[in-house]
Design a protein around this ligand. Structure first.
Ligand code: SAM
Ligand code: SF4
Length: 443
């Protein structure tokens, strides 16, 4: 029993926490950090110095899972060497790959799913002899009243919605994160006000279909309008919206709100209506094109970014070329591009993959190549324009150079002068592009 000592009473309480995956996982890790801080724990970047070792995991693609398993394997010896150390797996893999984790890394003694982070303290106070776990969806869980650790910079993530009600055929998220639920609007506003008081000027609202946000006290448009009124909050971004919720009404609301950034992410996945149907994406190619057009009608200078999956089961060469053609007609500013990765337990995992891994990678490479061309074109088109650049921090290479972003989420390097401060918005003339970065000077 001695080895399962009550960690909350240990003298030197340090924890190591490594995070994989999306922004939502980053946010969840800061919830956990805050929870641990409230219990007197302090962070360390050295797993060898920690009494509590945690890995927050991602299940979206096979590679993400393998990376996390590799990390766990490489740190498990700290747990073997010192039996009072506790090793925990948080997030989607805890929910989804419990057996694999325990089989491959038997040292793991805590498993915590995305709806149970608030039970970490309880698990540490009452350690089970073998394994402490809290798993499964909790549809009431919105972490009401629990706020994430304060960020170190001028930007912060704020989760406004958890889970997902879509059933995209390829996606494990609804299984690992449970059904969709929205945090109360008043709770979100309180969190954002606290952040602004600590110097944050830009927030990124997080949710799997964030523009479908609908709490008892407001919908997404109302949330954006309420945030726009918070003094000191300069920019609001959100990730990841679903194309079908970009209604005309929402587009109009966003266009009228100065704080809403002129960058919208609209995940396409495929440019073939047949593939989209098989993916259960709930829009056709033409509907998607219409949504992109609508966003540009309301916000003519909006930057559009997207997600693409190459080599979905049954995707023909012609269907792949349809994706390339949608990329050509929308000319996105940037994209996250992935090779299809079958996820056990999803609908598409039972579909026969009709192309070889080499062909899948070749299609992905074609998509990446085309997108790179569009990204450069878009950036080149912004040369000579004058943009509001939100300063994020001084460049590590050269102290007088600062890095910031335009409302379109374009990275700009400039020398704003000696009075520069993070969070300041500087009117900047864009002079040139180098790679994916713009260079500018005070306008
Ligand atoms: N909720 C967001 C949406 O609907 O766009 C995305 C969430 S998902 C974590 C992020 C991206 O991962 C998806 O948009 C998709 O492009 C990609 N993705 C999800 N499952 C995948 C799979 N099985 N194989 C390859 N890419 C996948
Ligand atoms: Fe996954 Fe689709 Fe939900 Fe996005 S909308 S998280 S891709 S199921």
């Amino acid at each position: 029993m001695e080895e399962y000592e009550n960690l909350s009473q240990a003298k030197d309480k340090r924890y190591f926490l490594e995070t994989y995956g999306c922004q939502m996982n980053e946010y969840d890790s800061s919830l956990v950090a805050e929870l641990l801080a409230n219990r007197g724990f302090s962070p360390t970047s050295d797993p060898g110095a920690a009494q509590l070792i945690l890995v927050n995991t991602c299940s979206v693609r096979d590679k993400a899972e393998e990376t996390a398993l590799e990390k766990l394997r490489s740190i498990a010896h700290h747990r073997r060497r010192d039996p009072s150390v506790r090793l925990g797996v948080l997030g989607c893999m805890a929910e989804n790959r419990k057996e694999t984790i325990l089989e491959r890394i038997p040292e793991v003694d805590i498993l915590l799913g995305p709806d149970h982070y608030d039970r970490l303290g309880e698990l540490l106070d009452h350690p089970d002899q073998k394994l402490s776990s809290a798993l499964g969806p909790d549809i009431a869980q919105t972490y009401e009243g629990l706020f994430a650790a304060p960020p170190t910079g001028v930007q912060a993530f704020v989760a406004v919605q958890r889970g997902c009600d879509m059933k995209c055929s390829y996606c494990i998220v609804p299984t690992t994160r449970g059904p969709e639920r929205s945090r109360p609007l008043r709770d979100v506003l309180e969190e954002v006000r606290r952040l602004v008081d600590k110097g944050v000027v830009e927030v990124m609202l997080l949710g799997q279909t964030v523009n479908a946000y609908r709490a008892d006290d407001g919908n997404f448009g109302e949330l954006l309008a309420a945030l726009d009124k918070i003094p000191g909050l300069r920019r609001v971004r959100f990730m990841s919206p679903h194309p079908r919720y970009f209604t005309d009404n929402l587009c109009k609301t966003m266009a009228d709100l100065p704080s809403v950034s002129r960058h919208m992410h609209i995940p396409l996945q495929s440019g073939s209506s047949r593939v989209l149907r098989s993916m259960r994406r709930q829009y056709s190619k033409d509907q998607f094109l219409r949504i992109a057009e609508r966003l540009r009608e309301h916000m003519p200078d909006v930057a559009l970014t997207t997600d693409i999956i190459a080599g979905y089961p049954g995707e023909t060469r012609e269907e792949h070329l349809e994706t390339m053609s949608v990329l050509d007609s929308v000319r996105f500013d940037a994209a996250y591009m992935f090779a299809y990765s079958p996820r056990p337990g999803t609908l598409s995992a039972d579909m026969v993959e009709t192309i070889t891994e080499t062909e899948k990678q070749a299609r992905l490479a074609e998509i990446i190549e085309l997108q790179r061309k569009h990204t450069y074109q878009r950036l080149d088109e912004s040369v000579d324009s004058v943009e509001d650049v939100l300063l994020e921090g001084a460049s590590r290479r050269n102290g007088s150079e600062w890095i910031g972003k335009t409302t379109h989420f374009r990275k700009v390097v400039l020398d704003p002068g000696p009075e520069a401060k993070a969070g300041q918005i500087v009117s900047t003339r864009i002079l040139a592009r180098r790679g994916q970065i713009l260079w500018g000077e005070r306008a």
